[in-house]
Design a protein around this ligand. Structure first.
Ligand code: BYC
Length: 311
């Protein structure tokens, strides 16, 4: 391929993205676009899979059959989200096996939020309301991502996340309007999950290494700080309905900006958690590795069965 053809392909790709059309797996794409997407989609898929752990540990302790059935369905949905996302990443020329290996070897990341412990039942409500809420704010714009398979996976994921968020909000609402002890438990969960949820949106824009390129290529549509702001503005009236206090003395409406001023999360803590030093990093990875090893015989049996049928 000579230089002129290379330029033409690049120009064609840029025109496709500018026209808001989808880039599909068979289309030519810049190598950095492909690699960037694999990085983000893999991290997203790993987050869904690791994200099953903090809630999964409460399935046996849910306070009623109804709550147990709801939580079980939610955790199963998360496994499904992981699978859609691994499948979307596979269209970019990597295999799911490779990505899972990267996760268990600690070579790819997953969301910082899942390195915090779920100490009480109210935490399950806080995860649904805040963590799934943050995920929705982050992921709805990804339904318009320039890469077709990722965008289409996100449409279905967002519908399910919306149900997840409502179940968490309803759970927390029940506790917040229950006995004083239940109300205190709900407030304590909000106190502990608020700042880690704000950190889910990533480093501030000034430190975000990938944002500019991702926005230029229409993978991301908004910056980390824009989405964080949107999330805060969404949560404030919801907290009022819950009768809970967001743990931020600086939180107030700013009429000039048409948005709330708020205290940002501790970005040094985010860095520490991302690099392996959060409260539950070691536990989450050990659990994932053990599940991977324990499941080896299933993968081998499935592969043997498939090759027998092919023969
Ligand atoms: N945690 O340049 P930046 C869910 C990394 S799961 C860990 O701003 P980017 C759910 C970032 O990867 C929710 N790492 O990056 C599941 C990069 O490192 P690398 C998961 C983080 O990509 C179960 C570096 O820091 N959602 O919904 O432009 C139950 C520099 O950052 C974090 C997604 O994954 C973090 N918080 O923006 C309930 C959504 N923040 O890759 C719910 C898709 C930053 O260079 N992902 N990093 O090694 C995204 O939208 C973007 O990747 C991010 C970061 C906004 C997360």
């Amino acid at each position: 391929m000579d230089g002129i053809d290379e330029l033409t392909r690049e120009e064609r790709f840029d025109a496709l993205v500018a026209a808001e059309e989808k880039v599909e797996p068979a289309d030519w794409m810049p190598e950095a676009y492909r690699k960037g997407l694999i990085r983000q989609i893999a991290q997203h898929a790993h987050s869904e899979i690791i994200g099953m752990q903090p809630e999964g540990s409460w399935i046996t302790r849910a306070p009623s059959l109804k709550r147990k059935a709801i939580l079980l369905a939610k955790v199963q949905d998360e496994a499904g989200h992981g699978l859609y996302l691994y499948a979307a990443a596979e269209t970019l020329g990597v295999t799911r096996d490779e990505l899972v290996d990267h996760l268990v070897q600690g070579r790819q990341k997953y969301s910082s939020i899942f390195n915090y412990p779920t100490l009480t039942w109210a935490d399950i409500g806080a995860i649904g309301w805040l963590v799934d809420g943050a995920a929705i704010v982050n992921q709805v714009p990804l339904c318009r991502c320039s890469y077709g398979p990722y965008a289409r996976a996100m449409v279905r994921i967002c519908k399910e996340e919306s149900f997840h968020q409502r179940q968490g909000y309803e759970l927390l609402h029940t506790l917040a309007h229950g006995t004083p002890a239940q109300h205190a438990m709900a407030q304590d969960a909000l106190d502990r999950w608020w700042y880690p949820s704000l950190a889910m949106f990533g480093p501030p824009d000034t430190d975000s290494v990938h944002s500019a390129r991702s926005i230029q290529w229409k993978i991301k549509r908004f910056s980390n700080d824009e989405l964080r702001q949107r999330f805060v503005d969404m949560c404030v009236p919801q907290a009022e309905v819950l009768g809970l206090r967001i743990p931020d003395d600086n939180l107030r409406w700013n009429p000039d900006r048409g948005a709330h001023d708020f205290t940002p999360p501790d970005y040094d803590e985010l860095k520490r958690v991302i690099t392996g030093d959060g409260p539950c990093n070691a536990e989450r990875m050990a659990h994932r590795r053990a599940a991977h090893d324990d499941g080896a015989w299933v993968r081998e049996a499935a592969a043997a069965y498939a090759s027998k049928r092919a023969a």
